[in-house]
Ligand binder design. Structure first.
Ligand SMILES: Cc1ncc(COP(=O)(O)O)c(C=O)c1O
Length: 417
């Protein structure tokens, strides 16, 4: 592979967390004069009524706790805990009192704007039980930040991040016995914000509902990593510059299903989403994409697409970049957020300098890639001998799990009790 496996590639430097880059939204003044401004400016100039507060959460406990499945029977997103959060908002009173209620159906008028114009955004984050039985969230501030920016983009109300983390923490603690204590298991949290105004006019919703549901989940790889085959996709585009692919809108997901099914029908688990005539690599399925190349000077490059609006700013992506910048040996590694094309990947594969590739996301943390089909030709992606993963994906999965399960104390892991 062109580099010595006996030399350590990762150094143990001091921890340094990277700040998230500013993201930009259209300002209100845009109607008169096109102009971009930071999302936080929009959020700061918009609040009406009460801000979100965790001070007076009302809690109604279920009278009929559900039976819990044995952890080994859990299927992702199929089982939900006993309780949920509901926080209504309207444009005169602002955020109303947060409620923790028994998990229940929502009752909405058929004219509700979420059903017609996709006023919906969501987050995906996890709570973990550590070996002392304490509950931990992983970088919840990043999810709150992303959710606020997404909400602002579709004129749904933004909120105080700390307040929502506290409210979510109350829910997680109440249903804490739903988190299996075995390593690899966790509780997937789904904060969701919908427009609830019942009217067919296409306009900013005057009312909204923020709710949070939770689902216990098992390890993504119960029997060890499983590397996937991808189909490089350019006949459908997931996201484009100045679009909303960098926002976690429900509306971004349904259009990806048909290309995914088409790829699956040809034997590929996921799409490698390309953009433009150049074939820039953006994301893989619903994950960020990382590639490792060997450079002419013998160094290794960990490369991922930049936050240019065509990719979601993944919390896992950010964590991998921060850990690589902090712990990889700086004399041997280059960490890049840059544009690169499928042709560049094919050229590296041909030259024997494609080292590995993987996706990153909350559900699996890393998803190793073993093959990419590009215009009907396979590009083989190396794996470690006898393993279904490359070295970087394996190392990152381990480092991140150690933090998530509190085996290594780290500011990213937020202890709830
Ligand atoms: C389109 C897309 N890209 C990337 C990611 C990975 O983001 P994260 O690491 O925050 O889960 C997700 C998952 O939420 C996603 O939906």
């Amino acid at each position: 592979m062109g580099f010595s496996k006996s030399r350590p590639l990762f150094s143990s430097a001091a921890r340094r967390l990277s700040a998230s880059p500013a993201s930009y939204l259209l300002c209100r003044s845009w109607q008169h004069q096109p102009k971009f401004c930071p999302a936080s400016t929009l959020a700061a100039s918009e609040p009406v009524g009460a801000s979100l507060s965790a001070a007076n959460i009302s809690i109604e406990r279920t009278a009929a706790p559900k039976e819990k499945l044995p952890p080994t029977k859990l299927v992702f997103g199929h089982t939900f805990t006993d309780h949920m959060v509901q926080i209504p908002w309207n444009d005169t009173d602002g955020w109303l009192t947060p409620k923790i209620l028994p998990y229940q159906n929502l009752s909405l008028d058929p004219a509700t704007c979420v059903f017609h114009y996709a006023f919906e955004c969501f987050e995906g984050m996890k709570a973990y039980k550590d070996s002392n039985g304490s509950i931990r969230l992983f970088r919840p501030d990043k999810n709150m930040d992303r959710m606020s920016k997404t909400a602002a983009r579709i004129c749904l109300p933004t909120f105080d991040h700390d307040a929502l983390i506290k409210i979510i923490a109350e829910l997680v603690k109440l249903d804490g016995d739903w988190i299996p204590s075995e390593r690899g298991y966790s509780l997937y949290l789904r904060p969701t914000l919908i427009g609830t105004q019942a009217s067919l006019g296409v306009a900013p919703p005057k009312s909204a509902l923020l709710y949070v549901i939770m689902s216990p989940v098992g390890p993504y790889y119960p029997t060890g990593f499983k590397a996937v085959k991808l189909e490089a996709t350019d006949y459908a585009i997931r996201a484009w510059p100045k679009g909303v692919g960098d926002r976690k809108l429900g509306a971004n997901y349904a259009p990806g299903i048909l290309p995914q099914r088409m790829a699956a029908s040809r034997g590929f688990q996921q799409n490698l989403w390309l953009f433009g005539d150049e074939g820039y690599i953006t994301e893989v399925g619903t994950m960020n994409a990382f590639f490792v190349f060997q450079l002419p000077d013998g160094k290794l490059e960990l490369a991922t697409a930049p936050l240019d609006g065509t990719i979601l700013e993944g919390v896992t992506r950010d964590s991998i970049l921060a850990l690589a910048r902090e712990r990889f040996d700086k004399d041997k590694w280059v960490i890049s957020e840059r544009k690169f094309t499928i042709q560049e990947v094919a050229d590296h594969a041909k030259a024997g300098t494609l080292v590995e590739a993987f996706g990153s996301g909350t559900a699996a943390v890393v998803s190793p890639i073993k093959e990419i089909s590009w215009r009907g030709q396979p590009i083989a992606v190396p794996l470690q001998a006898g393993k279904e993963t490359g070295m970087v994906a394996e190392q990152m999965a381990q480092w991140i799990a150690e933090i998530q399960y509190g085996e290594v104390e780290h500011p990213w892991s937020v202890l709830l009790n």
